[in-house]
Structure formats: C-alpha cells, structure tokens
Design a binder for this molecule. Structure first.
Ligand code: ZN
Length: 657
C-alpha cells in the first residue's frame, strides 16, 4: 500500500487539528482502507476554555463526515477525561453513550461524535487512526484468522476478539490494551472489524497504518492469496430491461416503497457470480459488521425475492427482539442480488445509495475471494450480525430523518433534456428525489449533470434502434421507468403554406409526433412495471388551441401529439398510468427560440420582441422553470386522480380562455 504523505502538501497544514485533517484525507483517498464512512480518526489537544482553565479535548471524527472530504469542522471536541471515566462504567446503553458524547462537547454546533469516540479516548496516544482495511479483514475473516494475525504482527499490535462496536468494545479495549501493550506496540487489530494505529504525530500514526496494512497485503501475497484471476466473461448482448424492471418491481413491492436497482456486469462481478461455490461463499455474512445495514446480512442469488423474504423473516423470528414498529423500519427486501445475467444488482432509495452498496459489495467480493484462497472465508455468526443490525436501528431512530423526497426511488426519463424546458424538468425531478435519464441529440448530454442520480444518453429519437438502446442503458443503470416526460420537439422558422416543402413538413412531424409514438410504445412495458403507477407528461403547446400563422408544420404536429396523448390516456388508464399534458406558450429561454425565430415571430404579430414576450392576459414572462415545476407536480399526489388533462401555462391567452 502506497504511503501518500507529501511534505510539500503537508506544509499547508500546521496546527495539530489541521494535520489531523490532512492525514485523515490521505486515508480517505484509499477506498480499500475506508469505504463510505467506514473509519475514523482523532487527535488529543489541550485547550484553554472560556474560564481560562486548561482542559484536554478529544477531537474525534463526527458522524456524517467521511474522511476523504473531512474539514476541521468535521471533528467534534469532547472532554477527554469524561470519556476515560465512562470507559470504567460496567455498562452504558447506546442511547446513554450518545447522550454523554453530545453533552460533553465544547462546541454545541459540532456534529455528533463517532460511536467509537470512547475507544479513541482510552488509547494513550495523541493521534489515533482507525480503518476497516480490506487486507486486514481478509485475514481476520478466515479459519485460523487469529493465529495468522499474531504471526504477522507479533507484539506490534494488541489483538481484540470480535465484539460489537459501541460501549462494550471500548470497555474491553480499555481493560485489554494496557495489559497487553508493550514498547513495540504501534497498533491494535479488532477481529472481524478493522485496525488501529497511533503515534505522537499525525505522520507517525499515518505511516504506521500504511505499514501495518502493507504487512497484511504482503502476507496475502506470500500465501498466494492476493492476486485474483479473472476469466473473460464477455457480456452477452441481450435485451434485459423488462426482466430487470420486473425484478425491481418485485423488490419494491416486498419493501413497500419504490427502489432503484443498479446493475453491474463487469468482469469482477460476473466472475464472482459464475463461481461454482457462489452459494457457499456468498451466504456467510458481510465482511465487517458495519456493512450489514447497507448490504443486509446476505445477498439474494437469482431472482426469487419471495424465497429471500421467507428466510429473512425466519431470521427475525429466531431473534425476536424487534417490536412490530421496528420491524416495519427494516423491510425484508434484499439490497444485493447476484444474478448470472444481470450481474451484481444493488438496491437503494437513491442512486447514491445503490452506488455505495455496489462499492461495498465489490470490496466484499475481493475480501471473500482472498480469504477463500488463504484458507476459507469465515464471517461472524448470524447472532453477532443481528446485534449490529438492531443497533443500527437504534442509530436510525436517533437520526430521525424527515420524510424522504417525493420521488425517492423512482426513475424519470426526459426527452430533449439538454436545454430549455427539458433541462429544467431534469432539475425539477431530481430536486424531488427522482433518478433521471436524460435523452438528447446534442452531445454533452452525458456530462450535463454531475450526480449519481442523472444519466445522460445521446440519442436521435427518430431512430428506433437508438431509442431501444437508450432504454436498455437507462434501465440497467436505475432499474425501471416510472415517469416519462415527452418534451423533445423542434420549432422551425416561420413559413407560409405556399412555401412549406414536404421535406420541411416531414422533418417536423418525424420528431414532434412520430418519435413520440416510438417512445410511448417502447416505454409502455416498462411503465406497466412501475411500483407506484407510472405517469406520463406531454409537453404540448398553446398552438394546439390557438395556432398562429406561419407555424403550420409545428401546430399540426402538436395537435396530432395532443390527440396521441388523449388516446394514450384512454388506453393506459386500466394500467393505472396517468397521462397529462401541459400547454406552454412563449417560453423564450429554450433551445428553439433563437433570436431570429423570436424576431420573425414578433414581426408576424406586428409587435416588439419585448411586448411579444409578455403577450398574455397576466402580462408576465414565463420561464422554462415554471413549466418544469408544473410538469413535476403533475407526476405527484396532487394529480393522483387526474388523467387526460390539458393545462395551459401561458400567462392566460384570450383565444384559449
Ligand atoms: Zn470501526
């Protein structure tokens, strides 16, 4: 493992806490050390309080911060002596412990200290680093893991048997560490959990972490348990989107809320899933207890959600400590599915969640395979894992997060997503928690939004093959389709009928009407599989009710689209799919309104551009964002019982009202 310390970089971090930030970030840069909050660091600093008295404080990582991006504000100052005294108690409940941590901070607005704060406090060193290093866990989680760790580190680390993170672990360490530490001790290994290093300076503690983890890596290499051979599993070019959406529907129905489902069919995942011993090696349990709330105890192999639920419910029945209320928080749906065709599937409420679960499981795969090569992967007994799951539940109660965003776990597709109303719809839907697939013919759509909840696909909507391929890609990324926004369209330059060519006419109909038929037809089987009843919003036009001279091709295409929307509402009602239309007018911040078009339209009404823009009853300008907010709301509960509706958003039009 590479030591990333850089003297030049470190110069920018002078004070004790600043250096704590620097080396924490170095640890955070290595996902095989700390993955999604799986690690924490601290520094002990003497400070003068407001009364002028000196006191020792433990600055420990606060919850909600990850090491990669931590800043000084991410460390919570807690009175050190109080923590050391707490470790002498014979017992302390999780809730009491968190209360003690929070009430003994010297900064009321600091985040809640890590639940491992007491553990940091009792180690008598200025800097303490803690990671869940993959290499160390690969060794602790094997048959003879304890002996192997002792062989590797001898008296350089104190070894603590597995015990659930929290007060009991801190108390055990407080007793064991002083009794077993020697002058050679530079760290501490927690079986089936992770590793600590410590030192008088930020650098020495960090250097020791890298040294200790490198020793584990070398041990694995010496025992032919480091390199993972990957056979070439070429991905079969099969259309899987309907099967994937079906699996997602089943999982969502089991959980009682919509899930996103992401699929990963890379070499690493397919190699693992195609192993003959998959059943044996994947069903033992997670690599470290803190993965359990993300990944559940074990993944589902194949697609039989109901079999998984049965086992899960039995697992609860065997460990009856949950009240009915608590049980409802933990649904029986899997979070990881291993399927020979789909690859690794991860489920979550958001794209960020599915990505985190995938990261964790991909690391788990390597840990399992290395442990297998070393002598057999051995996870914790189910009872220990259950305790962590229960404990995580307590934590969740403390966090008491508010209601999830409206469209959390749902997938929307927006056509013409690169600009104007389409782009605004992407923002409005993402703001409501939906994952969004944005299609546009423009390149650059792929990188339009840098967020896990957006995937942009360049696509010519008039090309059926491209549409199908885009749907396949989108569903593999998010698992299905719940909301369809048909927005793409062109508005050609003003043209009188006597000079309107067939070619020009055809081009407009191709995109504005024909492409929408393709989209509806191809999306229908996916929309039917939406866990929440799908919704479609058509972006129509004021021109349907009040056409203007010089816009024959456009007005005719939008009128045809309007009929298409009405008939879709009639045909899909029995599937519970709602179809509604917005009729915007005079939205000038869109791609189709170039200065030229604007001027020529204004001229055909005999108006200035300024007056043309506000040519409505309310005399207001209407923006893309206004339309997008309406579109997004039409997919929500306010319109739950409305279909086939047409709603103008045009400032009021005398010819329509
Ligand atoms: Zn830990």
């Amino acid at each position: 493992m590479k030591n990333l310390w850089n003297d030049q970089e470190a110069k920018a971090f002078q004070r004790d806490l600043a250096l704590r930030v620097y080396t924490s970030r170095l640890l955070g840069r290595e996902p095989s050390l700390v993955l999604h909050g799986g690690g924490n660091t601290s520094v002990k600093i003497r400070e003068r309080n407001i009364l002028g008295k000196e006191e020792d404080l433990l600055y420990v990582k606060g919850s909600g911060w990850d090491l990669e991006r931590i800043a000084e504000a991410g460390f919570s100052p807690v009175r050190l002596q109080h923590l050391i005294d707490l470790a002498k108690l014979s017992s302390l409940s999780d809730l009491q412990m968190v209360n003690e941590l929070r009430t003994h901070m010297t900064n009321a607005s600091a985040p809640t200290p890590s639940v491992e704060a007491i553990l940091h406090a009792i180690l008598p060193y200025k800097y303490v680093d803690h990671t869940h290093a993959d290499a160390v866990i690969s060794i602790t989680n094997t048959n003879n893991g304890l002996q192997r760790i002792k062989d590797i580190y001898k008296d350089r680390v104190v070894v603590i048997p597995y015990i659930m993170p929290g007060f009991d672990l801190a108390r055990l360490c407080a007793e064991t560490f002083p009794a077993e530490a020697s002058d050679n001790t530079i760290g501490m290994v927690l079986m089936n959990h992770g590793i600590f290093s410590f030192g008088d300076t930020a650098k020495s503690s960090y250097d020791r972490m890298i040294e200790l983890v490198s020793m584990a890596e070398d041990y694995l290499a010496r025992h032919n348990s480091w390199h993972i051979a990957l056979a070439d599993n070429t991905e079969p070019d099969k259309q899987l989107r309907i099967d994937i959406a079906t699996l997602r529907l089943n999982a969502s129905q089991t959980a009682g809320f919509p899930f996103l489902l992401a699929t990963y069919s890379d070499k690493q995942c397919l190699n693992f899933i195609n192993r003959k011993d998959l059943e044996k090696i994947s069903q033992c349990g997670p690599a470290t207890p803190d993965h359990v709330i993300r990944t559940k105890r074990v993944p589902l192999i194949g697609r039989d959600i109901s079999a998984y639920t049965k086992t899960y419910n039995k697992y609860f029945a065997d460990n009856v400590r949950y009240s009915k209320d608590e049980k409802s928080i933990l649904d029986p749906a899997p979070r990881v599915i291993l399927d020979k065709e789909f690859g690794l599937c991860t489920l979550g409420h958001s794209a960020k969640d599915t990505a985190i679960v995938a990261d964790i499981y991909k690391h788990t795969i390597d840990i399992i395979l290395r442990s297998e090569m070393l002598g057999g992967y051995r996870a914790l007994p189910a009872k220990d894992i259950f305790d962590v799951e229960y404990w995580e539940l307590e934590q969740a109660k403390l966090r008491s997060s508010g209601a999830p965003p409206a469209y959390s776990g749902e997938v929307a597709l927006v056509t013409g997503a690169a600009s104007g109303i389409g782009k605004a719809c992407v923002s409005a839907l993402m703001a409501r928690g939906a994952a969004v697939i944005g299609l546009d013919i423009q390149n650059g759509i792929e990188s339009m939004v840098e967020a896990p909840g957006f995937t942009g696909i360049q696509c010519d909507l008039t090309d059926e093959a491209q549409v199908i391929s885009a749907l396949e890609k989108g569903v593999r990324r998010f698992g299905g389709l719940d909301i369809l926004i048909l927005n793409a369209g062109i508005f050609p330059p003003s043209r009188k009928i006597e000079s309107l060519t067939n070619n020009e006419w055809r081009k407009v109909q191709n995109l504005n009407i024909d492409a929408n038929l393709t989209m509806l037809r191809e999306c229908y089987p996916l929309l039917k599989l939406s866990p929440n009843h799908a919704r479609v919003v058509f972006v129509g036009s004021k021109n349907v009710a009040a056409p203007g001279p010089g816009a024959a091709a456009y007005s005719a295409s939008k009128a045809a689209l309007n009929q298409l929307a009405r008939i879709t509402a009639l045909e899909w009602g029995h599937d519970g799919i709602r179809i509604n239309t917005v009729h915007p007018d005079a939205i000038f911040d869109t791609g189709i309104w170039t200065d030229d078009v604007l001027e020529s339209r204004a001229k055909s009404y005999g108006l200035s551009v300024e007056d043309y823009k506000k040519k409505n009853i309310l005399h207001v300008e209407i923006y893309s964002r206004d339309v997008a907010e309406l579109v997004a709301e039409m997919c929500g509960p306010l319109f739950a019982k409305t279909t086939g509706a047409q709603i103008p958003i045009d400032g009021g039009n005398e010819r329509v009202v």
